[in-house]
Ligand binder design. Structure first.
Ligand SMILES: Cc1ncc(COP(=O)(O)O)c(C=O)c1O
Length: 395
């Protein structure tokens, strides 16, 4: 078998990180990474996580398996995060603790495949590249709907709705809950309502992939789209990640929240979620999930987490404004969505040739589609980046 397996191409973003490490220029800048970072380039452990981990260390008596969908405390914390004290949404939802947001997406992909081989999954163009991989590798058909142009500017809503109007009953439509990756251009509440209408009319279900809750405008606004779909009665899988907003990247903590129009249907789908999780990873990793559960449910730690999130969010949004101002000052029409966008990412609008030139001539690393991680900018490196963009456009 091994001889007949065609090798897979290397991950493009990880390949760029390796090239950055090997680059010996002192003034190199890496804007490719997909993690939140401080001005010194570090991605620190949150204070609230340190406290929760200490508490776990002091009280934990066993590392025996968790239930397939994780602990009840974790489920309570996730429900409150998304639905506040809405008893109706709580009653018609089920929560599974998953290995990261990717784990949640993978369970949805497997569930869709084992229940129907004809499901088509609709993803935004552009989107996080792993969306296509997760669903296509499971054998599902993947189609894209129009969302933004190559500079990250949102396309007219009519185009998105026209594409989603071609979804069939039973199809899955993947939407970014907030902080769209790679554009940072999000849906407004009224746009979420329009999407809900089309999904209900077509009989399609939504997969809201949301990896940056709290890093856009705050927990409440960043989760509004989820509640709009849920309240409208759309069948919904929420794939939540705690990698960025709790800094738990390597601990692999996420959640799959199934929401349906009624508790009975949700119970049935949840039994499938459990069966799929069982065959993929059996039960979730314990340490990160329990740490997250403590932060989500302890009132003091929860309040302290909101403060830490606000610091991260303000840093990102401040950098967005600084970059926008300096680009405007230099007369450059690059990154048109950076001032209004949210989250870690923005598209510059640079072509792939320009991205290569920037890397080779200036040691500034961007993803091939021109995506930058705004959090990797600093007060010091923004002028260098803008100067490099300006020279590129002059030559
Ligand atoms: C849109 C999107 N979804 C999901 C994820 C996956 O997150 P996790 O590391 O929790 O699997 C990411 C991470 O980069 C992402 O950007």
């Amino acid at each position: 078998m091994f001889r007949s397996v065609p090798g897979a191409p290397p991950d493009p973003i990880l390949g760029l990180s390796a090239a950055f490490q090997a680059d010996d220029r002192d003034d190199k800048i890496n804007l490719t990474v997909g993690v939140y970072c401080e001005a010194d380039g570090s991605t620190p452990v949150l204070d609230v996580i340190r406290t929760a981990e200490q508490r776990l260390y002091d009280t934990e008596r066993s590392k025996t398996y968790l239930p397939i969908t994780g602990s009840p405390l974790f489920a309570r914390g996730v429900r409150t995060l998304l639905f506040g004290d809405d008893a109706d949404l709580a009653a018609r939802s089920a929560v599974a603790d998953t290995p990261g947001g990717t784990g949640a997406l993978s369970v949805v992909a497997r569930l869709a495949w084992v229940t129907s081989h004809t499901t088509t999954v609709w993803i935004s163009n552009p989107t996080w590249p792993n969306h296509r991989a997760v669903f296509a590798d499971q054998g599902l058909g993947v189609q894209s709907y129009r969302y933004a142009d190559a500079s990250g500017r949102r396309l007219p809503m009519a185009e998105l709705l026209e594409d989603l109007g071609r979804a069939n009953a039973g199809d899955l439509v993947v939407l970014h809950g907030c902080c769209h990756n790679p554009t940072g251009a999000d849906l407004t509440p009224s746009e979420w309502s329009q999407i809900a209408e089309v999904l209900l009319a077509r009989g399609a279900a939504a997969v809201v992939d949301t990896a940056y809750v709290g890093l856009g405008d705050g927990i409440e606004p960043d989760t509004a789209g989820i509640r709009i779909l849920a309240e409208a009665g759309v069948e919904l899988f929420v794939c939540l990640s705690f990698s960025k907003n709790l800094g738990l990247y390597a601990e692999r903590v996420g959640a799959l929240v199934t929401v349906g129009p009624g508790a009975e249907a949700v119970h049935l789908v949840d039994s499938r979620v459990k069966a799929c999780a069982r065959s993929i990873y059996s039960n979730p990793p314990k340490h990160g999930g329990e740490s997250a559960a403590i932060v989500l449910t302890d009132p003091e730690l929860h309040a302290a987490w909101l403060d830490e999130l606000a610091v991260m969010r303000q840093r990102i949004n401040g950098l967005r404004s600084q970059l926008a101002d300096q680009l405007a000052g230099a007369g450059l029409d690059l990154c048109p969505g950076v001032a209004t966008g949210r989250g870690l990412f923005s598209l510059t609008g640079l072509t792939s040739d320009e991205v290569v030139r920037l890397r080779t001539e200036r040691g500034i690393y961007l993803v091939e589609n021109g995506r930058i991680n705004v959090a990797a900018l600093t007060e010091d490196n923004i002028p260098l980046v803008v100067d490099a963009f300006a020279r590129l456009r002059q030559s």
